[in-house]
Design a protein around this ligand. Structure first.
Ligand code: GLN
Length: 197
């Protein structure tokens, strides 16, 4: 069984744990860098990217997570987690971030009057009728050639994939639809199979 951690420095953790388990993997709460050694993938939850960036630095994750990624391990960021995965951040750079995905994100991109909202989305490789829960959400303003856009909302990019990395502006863990977490688990399984052939 694949082991997937949820970075538990700040933000929604329990909901991701439940989704990982429902997708057929083992879920681990990650609070110390040594725990990464045992994992196949890591989820960076939503919350406040400024706070998470500060805590990542304090506990050494600012170096440990890029190293984990360089070893081919998978990362999935939702909302603030997506901000931390992006190379380029507009609207306030956190003290530390991971910067492995070749894209530029804009924080709090939907404006005050639209701080939180829900929308029905179509996500490539996942399907239709994906309920997107957006909470002070960022969007992806531009992507590099290796990034695959898997979802747009009103012409704006809200989910993307690059190699073993996945990012969504919205919060799939706040619904009861496990398909996006299942995609992440499948990305890890497929990668393992590729390296065995
Ligand atoms: N607005 C937050 C940020 O910029 C993200 C919000 C969220 O994760 N729900 O970090």
């Amino acid at each position: 069984m694949k082991k997937i951690g949820v970075l538990a420095l700040q933000g929604a953790v329990a909901e991701h744990m439940k989704m990982i388990e429902q997708s057929g993997a083992e879920a681990i709460i990650v609070k110390r860098t040594e725990q990464l050694d045992d994992l196949d993938g890591l989820i960076l939850p939503g919350g406040e990217s400024t706070a998470i960036g500060r805590l990542m630095k304090r506990y050494g994750f600012d170096e440990a997570i890029p190293e984990f990624a360089a070893n081919g391990k998978a990362l999935f960021g939702t909302c603030a987690g997506m901000i931390l995965l992006a190379k380029d951040i507009d609207g306030g750079k956190p003290e530390s971030h991971i910067g492995v995905m070749d894209m530029k994100v804009v924080r709090n991109a939907f404006g005050r009057q639209k701080e939180s909202f829900e929308a029905e989305l179509v996500v490539n490789e996942v399907g239709d009728d994906v309920r997107g829960v957006f909470i002070r959400a960022p969007l992806i303003e531009s992507v590099g050639p290796d990034v695959e856009v898997i979802c747009t909302y009103k012409g704006q990019i809200v989910a993307a994939k690059q190699g073993q990395y996945l990012a969504t502006s919205f919060h799939p863990e706040l619904t009861d639809d496990i398909r996006i977490h299942q995609l992440f688990v499948d990305m890890i399984v497929e990668k393992r199979e590729e390296s065995l052939c």
